[in-house]
Design a protein around this ligand. Structure first.
Ligand code: MG
Ligand code: MG
Length: 246
């Protein structure tokens, strides 16, 4: 769906709240903090900005962020897990302002991490940036996923298939889905006013996933590390505009 200037202005506001959730949680990440404490920090931002959470209560999800350490890909539930030196932690945040949604994620190091883990984080971030460059009027939807897959696989990594990005607006998850793989030049044309949450999930090993017994947490089937980056991005006449960037 193509959003009006007015709608884009509201999504820009929601994006700013999500960017602040990133900024505040990122600043707090250190060995010894629990994922529940990170959730509280993000919750405080939502409250202070008069926003509401699109995660809390989503199919019963109990928190305002997802916290997914190490081999966990996405959808981890904040709780008693204590971050350890050498972990990587993926934080996914969302917020609603005036009925419009923002959604974005990042993976951060906890203290000093291995060179391999640092490279995985960097490549996943790079794959998102490559995808964003494709988000111009006239390109095709699959150009986004093709860019992600090209960067990730060139580095020797794999992209998750079962979980994908999405259009976003008055709901967090709107159609169409935005896979992180595929051939270029396929699918609907990208047009000014389209807004997508693009979210590469990149595994150091194979692409296969496994859901844990809590029915939320998704981990890599082979136990390899996984990283996740996401932004909410609009296609404008001046190129891509990233709403969730600080
Ligand atoms: Mg997200
Ligand atoms: Mg998303």
């Amino acid at each position: 769906m193509r959003r009006s200037t007015d709608e884009l202005a509201k999504m820009r506001k929601a994006g700013k709240v999500v960017a602040e959730m990133h900024e505040k949680t990122r600043a707090a990440i250190r060995p010894g903090i629990t994922t529940a404490e990170l959730d509280q920090i993000a919750h405080d931002v939502i409250d202070r900005r008069g926003a509401t959470s699109n995660f809390l209560g989503y199919h019963g999800f109990p928190a305002v962020i997802c916290t997914s350490p190490n081999d966990m890909i996405v959808h981890g539930i904040p709780g008693r897990y204590v971050l350890e030196e050498g972990d990587i932690i993926s934080i996914d945040c969302g917020a609603i302002v005036e009925g419009y949604h923002g959604d974005a994620a990042y993976t951060a190091p906890v203290g000093t991490i291995s060179a391999e883990a640092a490279r995985l984080i960097q490549v996943t971030d790079d794959s998102l940036e490559a995808a964003i460059k494709e988000m111009v009027d006239g390109n095709r939807l699959s150009d986004i996923g093709h860019a992600v897959q090209s960067v990730a696989e060139a580095a020797g990594y794999s992209v998750v298939r079962e979980y994908v990005g999405h259009a976003i607006g008055t709901a967090m998850h709107e159609e169409p889905q935005v896979p992180n793989y595929g051939d270029p030049g396929k699918g609907p044309k990208l047009r000014t006013g389209h807004v997508f949450a693009v979210e590469p999930m990149v595994n150091a090993g194979g692409p296969e996933t496994r859901a844990l017994k809590d029915n939320w947490s998704v981990v890599t089937a082979d136990g390899s590390l996984s990283a996740h980056f996401e932004h909410t991005i609009a296609i404008t006449d001046n190129g891509p505009e990233v709403f969730t960037r600080a």
